[in-house]
Ligand binder design. Sequence first.
Ligand code: SF4
Length: 236
Amino acid sequence: MIETFADRLLAWYDRHARELPWRVGPKQKQSGSIPDPYHVWLSEIMLQQTTVATVKPYFIKFLKRWPTVDALAAADIDAVMSEWAGLGYYSRARNLHAAAQQVQSEHAGSFPKTESQLKSLKGVGDYTAAAIASIAFDQRAVVVDGNVDRVIVRHENIREPIVDVKPAIRAHADRRTPDLRPGDYAQAMMDLGATVCTPTAPQCLLCPVREDCQGHRAGDASALPIKKPKPPKPVR
Ligand code: SF4
């Protein structure tokens, strides 16, 4: 049987998944652990526009102080804002607190499971809803962030600026997303983009999907994605 893109990526993820404080990795899953939607949601909100390295200590600090979504909902907003200090984009902290209260008042204290319900929570947009549905609840959702854009553009050797080909990238992402283990697949794509198919120096020799990567075959994968040329400055 020919292995699909997802098969190869998941086999790689089983061996090389990053250990992250909010993640239930493949080994933990095998021993019966399941993701906590509160952890997944909190991490996804913190990771918006922010690096993993910056988020880690904040995530640990928040969980220590508010170990459950109920505890966060009952917290004083000033305390939440003060723990968030330094993480930036402060509307996220206000939305976080409001969404925790929505989980209590509108969903009887349990996180909703579908993308559309998740999107009704404050601060949860398309990407975040797909990521939570997929990672926390193993729903088949199409998760497309900057890492996924880059991997797909290179794997398909798409030589147009990403902004011009968003629907095509989404269609490629949809086609590759498996029915089985969609949550692990989404995290595997994030890890591949963050550790192997990196923006400036993709490590193609270590890549599990190198075999049919057309960007690698073309020999200049690091030149992708193509940047949109800036419009010429007006001349007086
Ligand atoms: Fe990225 Fe290279 Fe893998 Fe292609 S082979 S997906 S360019 S790391």
